[in-house]
Each structure stands twice: as C-alpha cells, then as structure tokens.
Design a protein around this ligand. Sequence first.
Ligand code: DGL
Length: 270
Amino acid sequence: MAVGVFDSGLGGLTVLDAVTKRLPDVPFVYFGDNAHAPYGVRTPDDIFKLTTAGVERLWAEGCDLVVLACNTAAAAALKRMQETWLPRDKRVLGVLVPMIEAVTERNWGDNSPPREVAVKHVAFFATPATVASRAFQRELAFRAIGVDVEAQPCGGVVDAIEQGDEILAEALVRGHVDALKRRMPHPEAAVLGCTHYPLMERVFAEALGPGVKVYSQANLVAESLADYLTRRPEMLGQGKKAKFLTTGDPRSVSDRATQFLRKKVVFEAA
Ligand code: DGL
C-alpha cells in the first residue's frame, strides 16, 4: 500500500506534509523532478513528457495512484494523460479541483449547474504555464458564475525557491502581488495556484493585506485524497516503503527540503 506524490521539485512537499498528517498509515513515495524544474516556463509538450516519465517512475515503486502535487503539470498535462496515456489500472489525481471546490463551496461530485457564489473577486497566483493554460478559469466556470478572476503569472518564484534563495523569492512575491493589485485593487480571495507558494504564504498574506482570504492547497488536497481512498481503497498500490526520490543532486535537494520544511528530509537518486 503506497501512494505517489509528484512535483517538478520541492513544492509538492507542502502537499506531502499535509497528506502524511492526514493519512499517517499510508507510505507516500515522493518524486521531485528537480533536474528539470521549473516546469512553469516549459511548453505543454515538454511538461507532458517530463510528468509522464516521473509518474512511470512512481509506478515502479508500487504506487498505482499518483497525486500530481504540481499545478503546472496538472494544468498542462493531466487532461491529455487521462485521455490518451493512462492505463486502466492506474489513477492520477490533480490538485486544482479540490481548491476550486473550496472557493465555490462545493462538495466532491456535485455536478449541479454553475451558480452564484459568495466571492466575486479572486486573485489567482500561479506559474506562467498554469496561467497560460487557463485551466483554473475553465474549471471555475463549470461551477460558478459571476466571479471575476485576475491571474498573475509569478515568473521567477519557483526558481528562487528551488535555488534556496528566500530573499529573492520574497521580493518577487511582493512584486507580483503589487502587479496584480494594480489590476484588481480589492480581491476578496487569493488562490495560491502553485504548490511551491505555501512556502511563501506569509509573504503573500502580508502583501495582500488584511481581509483577503488566502486559499492554499495542501490541506484541501489531503482531505480530498482521504475521501478518494475511502471510496477507492483498491487504489492503494503494492509499495511498502515511504521514500523521497529526486532527479537532481540528492544531497543539495535534501538540504533545501530540510531548510524549507524545517525537518530532516533525505532524498535518494530517482
Ligand atoms: N509546484 C509546481 C506547481 O504547483 C511548480 C511548477 C514549476 O516547476 O514551475 O505549479
């Protein structure tokens, strides 16, 4: 019984942390494609190739179910993977929908027509590839009407986090929030649409100011995964051991992961 968690790099650790707390008996195998991060500046084809290679590596660890803890991979490749690539006995889940369900106050499986919701002005922060895919707006439009979304591509932030440069990441986040606020001065909610951004959540919240509800994915994804596994317990794969895999240099990735999560994390070569 093991479940895979995939990200382009370190960001998915924010999701891993939450799913491990929510499902302490499940061994999770984490795969960070650090050698190829950031994905946010790559083409959809490139993201598809890299993501499918990473997911196949997780299958080899006995994980029949993989959580794409990467909005960029989910936005650019998940639909194509599900339609053209995924074998019948495997499942890949994304992270965008649980967050949209939270913003639109919906439960899983509620397929009723789109309706008016409480929030009207939503700021969406994500990588350039996620913003370009418009996946957030599309999924939102299936569920809600009358919501004005202003999306900010946050170039450079993932790269700075991957390099362990918190000062640069913080400066970039403040600049991106300012840029968005020039176009939408009073958002009611802000969605952090990249799993790296919870590492900078305090900075986003400060720059946005009081009164803006910040939605971050980790706990929402953990709840949604727990719910999924109750419905589909057979998707717990054959794997037995939790581990951390990276395509990057295991030592420096372990150091940066330990720095960000503030607990010891040891990666091995994928
Ligand atoms: N954590 C990934 C996401 O959620 C970052 C993508 C990237 O590598 O640019 O989008």
